[in-house]
Design a protein around this ligand. Structure first.
Ligand code: NAP
Length: 249
């Protein structure tokens, strides 16, 4: 029996990395997935890769009008939502002395404001008993150099999950967080680092992971599937670290 048979799932940032791996897994478990992203060509390619039970809707999560457009289209096509995976996010690094207003506003605008309104605007369509999953990060509890603003956004995400778990309890909506460790996705190519810096960063970070390697997007997707499905029916408000043991030891 498929775990998400007949479910409608919205996955922001579903055209790449963790979001795409999750969309593929959800679809293989019987869900119809609505994926979003800013880049139309990547969105079209992802929809083609996932197959007939996928729909792509272009938009920027930090632009509220785009979220309104997303949910208007979801309402038209499906009438309701069962699962929201608020996954879209960016990572750019800057040590304290180099943090600019632009850096701060951009990362908080996407990772925090975008995520919060992704959920707020989904609520009228989300069924009672539905599931919300936030993508945070293992760095929500670590103090890695250069990660100040990014880590703070991910700690804010974790915090929202606590409050929303309480606020949505009457509707039996479960809110949970997945916090990946370092995962092999295109995110590292978008950090503004040189290839050498990426290699050094990768080698250094892998040494901090007890399992000694980067994770794969599919390994995060499995955890998101658990939190999205009835397998986790008594799990609410948790932060599930899928990080090779990085935070636990
Ligand atoms: P990725 O491959 O770069 O995917 C990021 C996704 O987010 C893309 O689909 C991107 O599509 C979308 N996105 C970015 N900004 C957006 C915006 N303003 N509006 C709508 N969509 C937007 O990276 P990833 O590693 O899979 O990252 C996914 C999530 O995992 C992020 O929240 C990230 O912080 C988190 N995470 C990643 C790691 C890791 O090591 N990879 C670790 C911990 C947490 P467009 O560019 O087309 O908009």
């Amino acid at each position: 029996m498929s775990k998400l048979s007949g479910k409608i799932a919205v996955i922001t940032g579903g055209n790449s990395g963790i979001g795409l791996a999750t969309a593929k897994l959800f679809a293989s478990e019987g869900a119809t997935v609505v994926i979003t992203g800013r880049r139309q060509a990547e969105l079209d390619a992802a929809v083609a890769e996932i197959g007939s039970n996928a729909v792509g809707i272009q938009g920027d999560v930090s632009t509220l009008a785009d979220l309104d457009k997303l949910y208007a289209e979801v309402k038209n096509q499906f009438g309701h939502i069962d699962i929201v995976f608020a996954n879209a996010g960016i990572a750019e690094l800057a040590p304290i002395g180099l943090i600019t207003e632009e850096h701060f506003d951009k990362i908080f605008g996407i990772n925090v404001k975008g995520l919060l309104f992704t959920v707020q605007k989904a609520l009228p369509l989300l069924v009672d008993g539905g599931s919300i999953i936030f993508n945070s990060s293992a760095v929500n509890t670590l103090g890695l150099e250069g990660f100040g603003v990014y880590s703070a956004t991910k700690a804010a995400v974790r915090s929202f999950a606590r409050t929303l778990t309480t606020e949505l309890k009457e509707r039996k909506i479960r809110v949970n967080v997945v916090s990946p460790g370092p995962i092999e996705t295109p995110i590292f190519d978008k950090m503004g680092l040189s290839e050498q810096q990426i290699d050094e960063f990768g080698t250094n970070i892998a040494t901090q992971v007890p399992l000694g390697r980067f994770g794969r997007p599919e390994e995060i997707a499995q955890a998101v599937l658990f939190l999205a499905s009835s397998d986790s029916s008594y799990v609410a408000g948790v932060d599930l670290y899928v990080d090779g043991g990085m935070v636990a030891v």
